[in-house]
Design a protein around this ligand. Sequence first.
Ligand code: 9Z3
Length: 316
Amino acid sequence: MADELRRDFAPPQVDVEEAGRAMEQFARGHSTEGRRVVLVTSGGTKVPLESRTVRFLDNFSSGRRGAASAEYFMQAGYAVIFLHRHRSLFPYNRRYSNQNWLDNLRLVPASGGEEPRLEAELNRLPGIVEVLEDYKRVKETGRMMALEYHTLSDYLHLLLAAARALNPLGSSAMFYLAAAVSDFYIPASEMPEHKIQSSSGPLQITMKMVPKMLSPLVKDWAPKAFVISFKLETDPQILIEKSRKALATYRHQVVVANILDTLRSYVMVVTNTEEAKLSVSDEEERSGIEIEDKIINDLTSRHTNFIEQTSSKQGL
Ligand code: 9Z3
């Protein structure tokens, strides 16, 4: 797979070796302190159509699922590697992402020889005190490591590096693959260098399938880890069947299945033996309960069972 990545994709724009070392150190440190470690992937991907890229194929993912989930994982005691698309939503900060910060600040002019000061308009920032406290605590305790990807190539290389870094943790490592990764791409060798000209008429492109990373991840890179993938569909009729198919193909532990229209209020947690429905009612939503809280609650207890089963199988 590493060879395939090198051959078909433009070189990553990030320093993957350095990121790999940092992830290894992060994982080892937290695991030594008895903490479980989860890799959360988050956000969409951009697939370039030209090597001097003007145009690209994108998708709708905002990164909210991943950013919210990272917070709930930390609340549950996990250390989190947050692999997210550049500029997608970020834990804690996500709550105020649609605001213009200049409207939230008040300038207190300089007086009596003192510097001017900035004050926040607290009424425009609901929950900010608690959010800020949580964020600062996470920073001080080094509970989260954030890594950015720009391109699909960055994402694929960093996922491989993350898998290698978490593999030594065995069953106490979790992979929570919520990023919406493109299924299609144009190999580097087939990509036009310059901007595609509209004067050549209607555009026809053929894209290749992106290699399925889940397969080597589960089989070779981190075979003892607890792995969760996501399945997004627009047609509810095919959702469960496709999720079951993914479990049978990749042999990982859980698929979280969601439908585009009901993304924030309803998911199914699908395993080989059951389908658990998780939902947030209108009333719960009004009181600030998020579906990610319920997803993480469910998955962390499944992870506990998984670790226990694995260690009893090994006679520990
Ligand atoms: C998801 O299904 C995520 O829940 C969303 C979250 C991307 C829908 P947002 O970022 O949205 O909160 O705006 N992620 C995975 C979707 C996906 O592409 N899965 C692939 C598939 O369904 C394979 S893993 O085939």
